[in-house]
Design a binder for this molecule. Sequence first.
Ligand code: ADP
Length: 193
Amino acid sequence: MTKQRLLFVGPPGAGKGTQAQQLALRHNLLHLSTGDLLRAEVSAATELGLEAAAVMARGELVSDALVLAIVRSRLEQQSASLSRGEPGPSGWLLDGFPRNLAQAEALEALLSDLDQPIDLVVLMELDDDLLMQRLLSRGRADDNAEVIRHRLEVYRQQTAPLIAYYRQRQLLQAVDAEGSIEAIAERIERLLA
Ligand code: ADP
């Protein structure tokens, strides 16, 4: 596969996590989900997790510094391991990061340091009604109607500007996120070829 450094962007409930996980498995990419990594910190009740838990429960974004530190350490670790010639995935897939322009700019600087430019940004698109339905049926701690509405609002205000940012850099490809998991996976695969 030629494209092996990928970002997944899209509203909560669009299915980024599911698609990202399967794609990473199929192509042996390092899958970094900031949501999953944060939830792991929360369950382990680390200092970082305690700081993040309340913010996540409100449907707001945890601080840029905190998520950036998480992503930075994993990408630097992978890069160091690659340069030592150790086995392991050479590409990566970031899911849920960046989530605002400041994070996108910080990522750009980090990736330029690592000399690992982004190959493709996959935008998963889905109607608000369907997003709401999917999130309500998922039933995670931050998936009640009021918090979901707030997360969609945060997405529109803070994350949606990334669409223009990556489109301008000619990295963005949109995928219709309605349909079966397999159908959507096929649409994404076509973008990687
Ligand atoms: P979803 O895709 O359903 O929005 P995630 O698992 O990606 O869910 O994220 C859940 C929560 O974790 C977010 O609502 C936010 O509080 C926090 N979070 C995840 N990624 C980031 C990020 N890059 N920056 C700030 N907060 C984040």
